[in-house]
Design a protein around this ligand. Structure first.
Ligand code: APR
Length: 171
C-alpha cells in the first residue's frame, strides 16, 4: 500500500506525529492554515516560534504541538508564486523534503501536510500537487521510518488535484 494518501479535512484535527504549517519567513503571524494551527495549538506555540528566529523559504523548523492532537508542528515557508520561473518548483519541493527529513529526525512516523503555497502565496493548486507528490516520493525513498504521509486538502477541488497527481506514474 502507498505511504502517501490524500483526504479532505482540517489539518488541525489530524492525529499525526507531526503536522506541517505553511508559514512566512518570520514564523510569526499570518492567516490561512497558519492562523488555524495557532488558534488550535494555543499561545505557547507562538512563544516557541519566537525562539526559532525565522526560517528561510524552502526550509523547515520544528516545535511541539501543544493543544493540537499532533505531537509536533513543522513550520515550513513555501515560495510566493511569481509565474514559475523564479525557482518556485524547487523551493516548494524543498519544503516537502526538508519537512520530512526533520520529521524523521524526530522519529515521527506519521506526517500531515496542507497544500503549501496554494493559498495566500498563489501557487496554482494543480502544479503544486504534482510537485509535492514527486518530492514526497523521492524523499520517502531513503526515509523508511516514515510510515504515512497524509496530504490534507481543505476542499474538494484541492483534493481533486491531489487525487489526479497521485494517480500519475512517477514522473
Ligand atoms: N486545514 C487544511 N488546509 C487549510 C486549512 C486547514 N485548517 N486552512 C487553510 N488551508 C489551506 C488553504 O486552502 C490553502 O490551500 O492551506 C493551503 C495553504 O494556504 P495558506 O495558509 O494561505 O498558505 P500559503 O499559500 O503557503 O501562504 C503562506 O500565509 O498565513 C500566511 O504567514 C503566512 O505569509 C504566509 C502565507
Amino acid at each position: 500500500m502507498s505511504r502517501i494518501t490524500s483526504l479532505v479535512g482540517d489539518i488541525t484535527k489530524i492525529e499525526a506525529d507531526a503536522i506541517v504549517n505553511a508559514a512566512n519567513s518570520s514564523l510569526l503571524g499570518g492567516g490561512g492554515v497558519y492562523g488555524a494551527i495557532h488558534r488550535a495549538a494555543g499561545q505557547e506555540l507562538v512563544q516557541e516560534c519566537r525562539l526559532l528566529h525565522g526560517c528561510k523559504t524552502g526550509q523547515a523548523k520544528i516545535t511541539s504541538g501543544y493543544r493540537l492532537p499532533a505531537r509536533h508542528v513543522i513550520h515550513t515557508v513555501g515560495p510566493v508564486w511569481r509565474g514559475g520561473d523564479e525557482g518556485e518548483p524547487d523551493l516548494l519541493a524543498s519544503c516537502y523534503e526538508t519537512s520530512l527529513r526533520l520529521a524523521a529526525e524526530y522519529s515521527c512516523k506519521t506526517v500531515a501536510f496542507p497544500a503549501i503555497s496554494t493559498g495566500i502565496y498563489g501557487y496554482p493548486a494543480d502544479l503544486a500537487a504534482g510537485t509535492a507528490i514527486k518530492a514526497i516520493r523521492s524523499a520517502l525513498g531513503d526515509l523508511p521510518g516514515i510510515e504515512s504521509v497524509m496530504l490534507v486538502a481543505f476542499d474538494e477541488q484541492a483534493h481533486a488535484h491531489l487525487v489526479k497527481a497521485l494517480k500519475r506514474k512517477e514522473d
